[in-house]
Design a protein around this ligand. Structure first.
Ligand SMILES: [Zn+2]
Length: 237
């Protein structure tokens, strides 16, 4: 058992030395995912704004057409007024002239508002397009640098974990499983103690446990923090 515990301690030490690498390897894809989401969001917003601009342009074209009709109507009404042969006809023509004038005024006001909306939308669209291009640029360069970084980290990891498989083979799989489970939630899942307390959680260990730890006949966990504890003498012998 002593040898198995020693192998486990070495293996855990090795894993600890590569922990910052594992953390970075996990973080890189998360960061890229965030950047991709950002690009995606901007793309969606851009599409919406383009759609809104297209709708405003369409409205402008429609209003412009109506303005033209009104202008033609006004000319026809004026002609009728000029050619009226009775007061009744003249009144009717005059009312038509007025109606067209009102229509023209309304269309012109509406076109003014649409024009302002189009200008504002065009400006914000240009800004959004810049943001979108910038976000794509950041994503591209991060993707490139991440690829290089991942290769670098994998190499470092490979060096740090050289011989891990041999150690792993020396530890019973039930213990490895327990270790892996603990490692998922704890830093330093295996700790080495040299006195009567847990080095990780600082709690005092029962004296009987300290004696058993020195005998190294079985696997022990700290009763307080659940970490696997191995006595220093096991490592040093
Ligand atoms: Zn503890």
């Amino acid at each position: 058992m002593r040898e198995k515990l020693l192998a486990l301690a070495r293996l855990a030490e090795m894993d600890d030395s590569a922990r910052h690498i594992d953390a970075e390897l996990k973080e890189i894809p998360q960061r890229l995912e965030e950047l991709r989401n950002n690009v995606q969001t901007l793309e969606t917003m851009l599409a919406q704004e383009r759609q809104q601009l297209a709708e405003a342009e369409e409205l402008k074209a429609r209003q412009t057409g109506e303005l033209k009709d009104r202008n033609e109507g006004l000319q026809r009404a004026r002609k009728k007024a000029a050619q009226a042969s009775s007061i009744r006809e003249a009144d009717a023509a005059e009312r038509e002239v007025e109606a067209n004038r009102r229509g023209i005024k309304e269309r012109e006001e509406e076109l003014g508002r649409i024009g302002q909306a189009i200008d504002a939308k065009t400006a914000s669209l240009a800004e959004r397009e810049n943001d979108f291009e910038a976000a794509k640029g950041v994503l591209r360069s991060e993707e490139e640098s991440s690829t290089t970084r991942i290769v670098e980290l994998e190499e470092q990891r490979h060096v740090l974990l050289a011989g891990r498989d041999e150690l792993d083979a020396k530890v019973p799989s039930a213990i490895i499983k327990r270790y892996e489970r603990l490692k998922a939630g704890l830093t330093n899942a295996v700790i080495v103690i040299n006195d009567g307390s847990c080095t990780a959680c600082r709690m005092a260990l029962p004296p009987q446990l300290t004696i058993e730890l020195q005998r190294a006949n079985e696997l022990h966990q700290c009763p307080h923090c659940r970490r696997i504890i191995i006595h220093k003498s096991v490592i040093e012998d």
